[in-house]
Design a protein. Sequence first.
Length: 407
Amino acid sequence: MKRLWFLLLPVLVFGDDLKSLLEYANTHNNLLLSSKLSKDAKQKELDSKNSAYFPTVDIGAFYQNTNERNYGQPGGVYSAYGKFGFDIYDGGKKSSLADKAKYDYQAGIHDEAEMKKSLNLQIAQNFYAIKSLQANLDAREDAGASIAQQLERIKKFYAAKLATKDDIDRLQASYDTNIYEIEALRFEILSAKRSLELKVGKSINTLEDSNFKERTDAALEVTEGIKSLSWQKSAVAKSAESIESIYYPQVRVEDTYSIYGYDATDAIHPKGVDNQNVLLLSVHMRIFDYGTAKDAKQAIELSSKALNEQIRYKTSEQKMNYELALSRIQTSKIKIQSARSALTAAKSAFKTIEQKYNAGIADYIVYLDALTSRTSAEALYTTSLNELETAYAIYYYYAGKNIEEYL
């Protein structure tokens, strides 16, 4: 039993870091699983289009019974047959549809990859937002403990006639306000954690510290979303070609072998042949449809142009966000330096003022201001550290990378 508890101890003590959350989400997130199934469906569609090149084989049977028979017609005829068919030429329709299915499948691959990268970024943003909220909560709780201690101290002074009721009321108001802020933060953390759990696909207790590699030399790569749009554009072009194929000759050969049996026959209504083989070669071509196919093709070509405009916009957007992400990193580093300096000063000031307050040299207003400054500085410094990590996550995402590879 002791050995079992020893093995379970790491699970009970340690929480989840960002990398483990990303790995779990990649196999359990419902939207990501849906994207994978959509991609698999496109794979099956591609298999179906490739199979269309092969000949078709059909079998069938029928029975026909006629009460009022014409001369030379038997009363009953039954037959079984097998038919072999093959399209000799279809104007390139099958190849166009097969290419379209191939491009749709490629788009599906990139859609799944984009879903994964986007989900990972959202999880990272949620992760560090919760860490910042938790730091703010910890600072508030520390401040609450200090205020509670001073509140008890001032109550003793009041009992000894060394303080006024006004002194107690002001400290009590600060204490109650801090409790209000703590409860509000707890709900924010709960809400953010539930959102993170939904994205990851499991319950989360505590979050361990996680850091990204501090690099700004990642080469800009085209995002998966833009790659998907490019493949979609190619698929649309093939769809237009498949419509145009209707104006080309359609050549098909079919060979049907049938076996016959007869009922209710006589000299006037004799049996027919026992078996028969029919070879059929057919050719047809559309020469006029009032522009139906032409208009359909033009509609698809306009859709292709629309996709091209989306690609141009998304490319410009990615470049802009990539450059902004670099600026965000530099800004976050400057904010960290300022927050660190502010925290050092706030801690030093609070220590001095607390000593003066305990000695009766400083009043409670100065004390509360110093405590508030220290609390805000502590939360601000931790938040600035988390903002830098978020900035790196955004940078790697818009660089077209898998952010979990840079943890």
